[in-house]
Design a protein. Structure first.
Length: 483
């Protein structure tokens, strides 16, 4: 069997719709859109109730009960929002024979023929009442006894009034499941604790559909919508002073206030460049104990960030990413930007130590190697004393025998006889003996020609007889050497 049967014909039915209730939203692309009936040419609609929104996207003739009716509408109630172009009404967009109906609607349209009971109507019309708000009864006009308003407090006190008008609720749904129903008062407000929290998911956070927290005049159905987490949160301005990394919802707020003192504050090791008070608030995201923050700082050099606490400034591990200082900090507090002067102090201390070492060196040199005081004028320098050379021991030099002058002509040497040779040898021996006797009689030691050391001993005999053998030996050796 076919799922549907399409017939190219138009059929008219004479029927009655009675005691029908609709709470769903109804949407039509063109004309004739109603909460119970789109178009009714013959028949009647009796004691029908609609609380769902009705929307005609590209057309008119939009009504809370009937879009267009040529029949009869009796004792019907409408509590809804309507959207269309022209002929938009709380009970009927365009209708006839309306009686005993109650209406509490809001219309969103810029077209013509708008009314809390009907956009336009004719026939028997009486005893139609609506809540006094912004709309009039029929086509912008209210008629006493026909289509007239009452204040909400009086309206809900009418005899036989439907409870839907007095029982206003806010229903909260997550994934189609009702998680909370909150009773509302007409013109009242919802409290923050009335709105349930949406459980976060690993990759997304939940938010409620837009709804009115104040001046509530209608029942509301609010659904939860899940969205992916935001990873970055920035403070206001074209160039934000502070950025935060983490998981944030669309309701997260980052506030920053510049609290830098007018007079610069500095210590021995650091100088305060700026101070900022900040806070991160997010009602939907889970509370984080720490965030990765980026603080804008144009200063260059050895710069770090500290977190001001009751016990003093606690320096944070700080890096740099372009014009921003990067560090981790809690959701709120006061940040202190510090310029470190430690390197300057080290350089100054090094210079001072170097100067002290040089001064100590000069003082030592002056003490142990003093300079002679300079004289006034231009005195002559005293001549340097020449170092006296130690006398070297004189070596005994052998006297060179003087050579007799050469004769112009050498005469032939006469041959000596044996007698002459013997007399000459005897003469030489006698001279040597005399020289030895002279030296022996002396008290000082002496050296002979052979460099033999001789010393006179007191024990030696002084008689010539006793000395004779000694002399003979010496003389003999002398003679032998000369020969």
């Amino acid at each position: 069997m076919q799922d549907s049967l399409w017939v190219d014909t138009t059929a008219l039915f004479r029927a009655i719709i009675m005691s029908s209730t609709n709470s769903a939203s109804v949407t039509a692309k063109n004309d004739y859109c109603g909460g119970a009936v789109g178009r009714c040419d013959i028949g009647a609609v009796y004691k029908t109730v609609n609380t769902g929104a009705v929307t005609a996207t590209n057309g008119g003739s939009c009504g809370g009960i009937v879009g267009r009716s040529n029949g009869t509408i009796i004792q019907c109630d409408a509590l809804c929002d309507l959207t269309g172009s022209d002929y938009v009404g709380g009970i009927a967009g365009l209708g006839t024979n309306l009686s005993g109906c109650r209406s509490m609607v809001r219309i969103f349209s810029e077209g013509e023929c708008l009314g809390a009971i009907a956009g336009d109507a004719n026939g028997d019309i009486f005893d139609n009442i609506f809540v006094e708000e912004e709309l009039d009864g029929i086509d912008g006009i209210s008629f006493a006894g026909i289509a007239y308003p009452l204040p909400y407090e009086d309206f809900v006190q009418l005899e036989g009034i439907n409870p839907i008008f007095s029982e206003l609720n806010a229903d909260f749904y997550i994934d189609g499941k009702l998680v909370r129903r909150v009773a509302l008062t007409y013109g009242g407000s919802l409290k923050s604790w009335d709105v349930p929290k949406i459980p976060a998911r690993e990759d997304s956070f939940g938010v409620w559909e837009s709804f009115e927290m104040t001046n509530t005049t209608r029942s509301m159905t609010i659904n939860a919508i899940y969205q992916p987490w935001l990873t970055t949160l920035a403070s206001e301005g074209e160039h934000p002073i502070l950025l935060a990394e983490g998981e944030f919802s669309n309701e997260a707020v980052l506030e920053v206030e510049d609290t830098t003192p007018k007079v610069a504050v500095s210590s021995v090791t650091s100088k305060v460049i700026a101070t900022y008070s900040y806070s991160i608030s997010d009602a939907l995201a889970p509370g984080n104990d720490e965030y990765r923050l980026h603080l804008r700082c144009e200063e260059k050099g050895d710069i770090s960030v500290a977190l001001r606490t009751d016990s003093g400034d606690k320096e944070l591990a700080t890096g740099r990413d372009g014009s921003y200082l990067v560090f981790k900090a809690p959701p709120s507090g006061e940040l202190v930007v510090l310029y470190s002067q430690t390197k300057k102090i080290i350089v100054v201390v090094f210079i001072i130590l170097a100067v002290l070492i040089l001064l100590a060196f000069f003082a030592y040199m002056q003490k142990h190697f003093p300079k002679e005081p300079k004289q006034s004028g231009n005195p002559k320098r005293p001549p340097k004393e020449k170092k006296q050379k130690k006398p070297k021991p004189e070596k005994k030099r052998k006297e060179k025998k003087e050579k007799p002058p050469k004769a112009q002509k050498k005469e032939p040497r006469a041959k000596r006889t044996k007698t002459e040779k013997r007399s000459k040898s005897k003469k030489t021996r006698i001279e040597a003996q005399e020289a030895l006797e002279t030296q022996e009689n002396s008290s000082e030691p002496w050296l002979d020609e052979d460099f033999t050391f001789h010393e006179k001993h007191p024990e030696a005999a002084s008689s010539p007889a006793e000395q004779k053998p000694h002399l003979d030996i010496v003389i003999g050796s002398e003679i032998d050497r000369k020969i």
